[in-house]
Design a protein around this ligand. Sequence first.
Ligand SMILES: [Mg+2]
Length: 303
Amino acid sequence: MELELVDWLRSRIPPHPALIIPPGDDAAVLAIGAGQQLVATTDMLMDGVDFRLTEHDPRVIGRKCLAVNLSDLAAMAARPLAALVAVALPRSWPLDQVQAFTEGVLELAAQHEVALAGGDTNVWEGPLCVSVTALGEVAQGRAWRRAGAQIGDALVVTGPLGGSILGRHFTFEPRTRAALAIAERYEVHAAMDLSDGLLLDLSRLLRESRCGAELDLHRIPISPSAVELAARDGVSPLDHALSDGEDFELLLSLGQHDAERLIGDPVPGIHSTIIGRVTAGTGMVGRDVQGCLAHLPPRGYVH
Ligand SMILES: [Mg+2]
């Protein structure tokens, strides 16, 4: 549903001189003059979908609400500046829980030097619903986009994938600092953050870039939690790494030479891996260790 709705919305939004990158990427980019551009993104998180108020610590819920937005700024190579937090609070939620939630937001904001610039607080009979808007800046024309991957590019991910549901979807580190360090040193052709599963997200990047990809399946970095989850549900660790949501690592498309330099001279805080390459045509194929190729469907978390 989301993809069709976003396509329709994009077709309905008229051009505006300030709107450099319109809705449809990880964040929008707005011209604000003086060689800088404003990067804006918003994400709504809801009880029962993104967290469970009855099960999870309000502090980690608050952290996650900001973290997912910072991840989208990282996906654009934007320096985070500020966030606005709008909440619909359940009437029955005790004040100390609301405060713990807020502390979770503030803690991560401080770690990333993000100003909490405002928001809105409402109380209602419904479940907790949080909408965070994050603002960042980027030098004119330097924002990473999903479009722009070039045939022959290496595809890189910034960390191990899969099994995030076991806890990492709360504790993940938004890759804002790593993104800035990479943007400073390398020419990234296309990028996004992995929120809905590698295959589904990669298919979105490829769609915007109008090309295909070949993945080296034995090189996909598999997180220990993907292995743990596989032991419980019988789905293979690789399948978890390929299609589980909420990894919040970055997916980058850059020239082979730059990609090899990035692997050889690691950026602090991340473990980058080359997982495949961009190809002509459309669609994704996986190459196993024997060299056999198989078509890969765009599996992942569908909203
Ligand atoms: Mg995103």
